[in-house]
Every structure is written in structure tokens, then in C-alpha cells.
Design a protein around this ligand. Structure first.
Ligand SMILES: *Cc1c(COP(=O)(O)O)cnc(C)c1O
Length: 234
């Protein structure tokens, strides 16, 4: 697998999308989504200068952090169960998938125990899909107000997984809705909430997401190749 070439191609596409949108390359963080991929592949991408990696399972992320001790930013991008919060609250650079007060409350509790504050994004189910995690956009403001009351949980922005579409252009409307929501929350100036990050865009749609204002794109397949799942995995 030509990982370096894959990464270079993605990087060029990120740069081109930034240029089209009149944005600076530094405004967008490329998160390399390394789920199911071994540590040696992560190292290869790390050696190209990538610092941000995304994992969707707590146990897998913790295992890789033990193997790779360089100071990287590990983003937890998958659904987080409350009973797993204690394993990552002081390890994850950012948790992208907060979608309930109860989960935020658990993060608060464990963050205090570990003497840390934890940066989180609020996950929005922008397509209103039944099978997805995340909250409807109509509920975002109330949830963010509630989460903002937890002193050790810092809301840094929003995250979404857009519905799967054949043509990335068809995701543009969802990304525009996310950007509008992001700006609406920002305008509320909720104390303790710093709206800095808009995490959206994956292999199939990251360029459109950048054009519509993403500050973080989560790219797996285009960098690491297709994933092979066992039967127990989604
Ligand atoms: C797997 C995953 C990605 C990356 O998906 P690709 O299509 O492989 O780029 C991004 N975000 C989340 C939440 C994921 O679970």
C-alpha cells in the first residue's frame, strides 16, 4: 500500500478545496482515521507530519496509544458508551461524539477524578436518520446550554456524519445546515462554550465539507485504504 502517496493526494485535494473556498490551509485539520489499521501504518503517516488521528473504539484507541507513545492528538470520533468514558477522558485530545447530557455528565465526573478538562464536540444527526447517533439540530442549543454548565467539559464545536450519498454534491446542503447551526450557536455566546471546530467530511465528501466551512475533516479510506471488518464490527 502506498500510504505516503495516498496522503499526498488527499493533502492536494484538501489544499485545492481550501483554495476554491478562499480559505487558508491552516484553517482545516486533516484527521487521519486509523480505525482497524495497525500501528505501523499509523507510524508511516505520522512520519509524514500528521499529528491528528481518529479512532472510533475506546479499546482500540487505548491499545494504539500504548504502542505509539509520541505526542499525537487522538480524536475519539465514534459513539461513546458511558461506561467507557473513564478509560479515555484524560487521553483523548477531543471527543467528537457527545450527544446527551448523561454522557456529558459522566465525562464531567471522570474529568474531575483525573484532574483534567475534556474538549468535546456535539454530534448532530443532520440528516435525521434513524440509525444514526447524534441529536437533531433542533435540540442542539438546549443540549449545549446544559453541557456548558459542566466546568470540566469544554464544548469546542459541532460534528456530523452526513448521510451517505452517491454524489458528494448531494451532501452540500447538509454541510450548509451544519455551518448555519455552528454560526447560530456561536452567536449565542454561551459562557464556557468556544465554537472553534466544525468536524465534517469523510473520504466521500471532504472537499465539499471544506468548501462549506469544515475545520476538521476525518479521512480514513482515502489514506489507509479500504477497511476489512470481522463479523462483529459495523
Ligand atoms: C470511519 C469514520 C470516518 C472515516 O471514514 P472514511 O469514509 O473511511 O474516510 C470518519 N468519521 C467517522 C465518525 C468514522 O467512524
Amino acid at each position: 500500500m502506498m500510504l505516503k502517496e495516498n496522503l499526498a493526494a488527499v493533502e492536494q485535494r484538501v489544499e485545492a478545496a481550501c483554495r476554491r473556498a478562499g480559505r487558508k490551509r491552516e484553517e482545516v485539520t486533516l484527521i487521519a482515521v486509523s480505525k482497524t489499521k495497525p500501528a505501523e501504518m499509523i507510524r508511516e503517516i505520522m512520519d509524514c507530519g500528521v499529528k491528528d488521528f481518529g479512532e472510533n473504539k475506546v479499546q482500540e484507541m487505548c491499545g494504539k496509544m500504548e504502542e505509539i507513545t509520541e505526542p499525537l492528538h487522538w480524536h475519539l470520533i465514534g459513539h461513546l458508551q458511558r461506561n467507557k468514558v473513564k478509560y479515555i477522558v484524560n487521553k483523548a485530545y477531543m471527543i467528537h461524539s457527545v450527544d446527551s447530557v448523561r454522557l456529558a455528565q459522566e465525562i464531567q465526573k471522570e474529568a474531575v477524578k483525573h484532574g483534567v478538562t475534556c474538549s468535546v464536540l456535539i454530534e448532530i444527526n443532520i440528516g435525521g436518520e434513524e440509525t444514526k447517533n447524534g441529536i437533531p439540530k433542533e435540540e442542539a442549543m438546549d443540549l449545549i446550554r446544559e453541557v456548558s454548565k459542566f466546568p470540566n467539559v469544554k464544548v469546542k464545536g459541532l460534528m456530523t456524519i452526513a448521510p451517505p450519498v452517491e454524489d458528494p454534491e448531494d451532501a452540500r446542503g447538509y454541510f450548509q445546515e451544519m455551518k448555519a447551526l455552528f454560526e447560530a450557536v456561536k452567536a449565542e455566546r454561551i459562557p464556557g462554550v468556544e465554537m472553534e471546530e466544525l468536524s465534517m467530511g469523510m473520504t466521500g465528501d471532504f472537499e465539499v465539507a471544506i468548501e462549506e466551512g469544515a475545520t476538521m475533516v476525518r479521512v480514513g479510506t482515502a489514506i489507509f485504504g479500504a477497511r476489512q471488518y470481522g463479523t462483529a464490527e459495523q
